[in-house]
Design a protein around this ligand. Sequence first.
Ligand code: UDP
Ligand code: MG
Length: 333
Amino acid sequence: MSSSTAEKSTHQRPLLSIIIPAYNEASNLPQLIKELNEVLVSLDVAPEILFADDGSTDSTWEMIEALHREHDFVRGVRLSRNFGHQYALLAGLANAKGDAVITMDGDLQHPVTMLPELFNEWRRGNMIVHTRRIDPPTLSFFKKITSKLYYKIFSYLSGVKIQSGMADFRLLDRRVVEDILQFNEEGLFFRGIVQWVGYRTTTLPYTCRERFSGTSKYSLQKMFKLAWNGITSFSIVPLRLTIFIGVITSCIAFAEILYAIGVKLFSDSAVPGWASAISVLSFLFGVLFIFLGIVGEYLGRILVEVRQRPRYLVSDTVGIRNICRDKQNDTTP
Ligand code: UDP
Ligand code: MG
């Protein structure tokens, strides 16, 4: 489909934005645009495809520029460095104009054939349409188990229900996007925030496809950071847990002291066990330092929040006239 067919915009047709964060995805983008075009033509919408290039070091940005020259509904913001998937999503949301906004990955794992279903659910009045991955048989056991476990722990700690397999593939109504843009916090965790905001929502299952080209851009370190940000931005239960464990260990220690005094007073001997005393002591010191670390993590979060730095910087744009930067409503003509 040519750009003119896709962007035959009338006032009646809703504007649908598709936000795609991309980090070194140059080899995936042409195929993605091809498949998106085929699907979008069947929808009665004025489309906008907005790439958020998260500081790619390959030719992703040049590819976005080329795709924009070919189809003027392809637009792009380029972050000044790799800020991470969640901030790339945020930069996309801040600059999307759609009445409905869909976020999806740039590696074709999120099937574009789901878009009509997402859109229809929005048409039926749902403000948020989540998707839930049905684990393909090829998904590694490690990813399956860690994802299930993490979402169980997250939901328990935060009181915000997330099911395993819910990734950043969803549709948001304009109103929800505006609400989310009010969240000024660091360490964004969209999966939690979109559950937290409420509204009428529904969830659609989908079968995840194989990555079209390249390898995962989520290193173990990035995954861990996202998971930890998710928990610490939604819950202070880890801090409370330290008090709880502190009280229990103090009670045990107190009972030990009473026992030692009792043995000394009422028998001829003293409680033996230098080695056990030292091992208990080292264990408790270990626990203490872990707790100090947890307190430090939360303290660090406060420091980062207090600084109020922008969460991402934009170095280039294509097809966007009034660029929205982070933490300022600066509109450069
Ligand atoms: N991504 C990003 N910044 C990053 C890492 C990933 O914008 O620092 C993008 C990536 O290009 C992709 C999406 O986030 O469009 C999901 O990443 P990926 O497919 O590598 O994750 P996986 O599917 O392996 O969990
Ligand atoms: Mg992927």
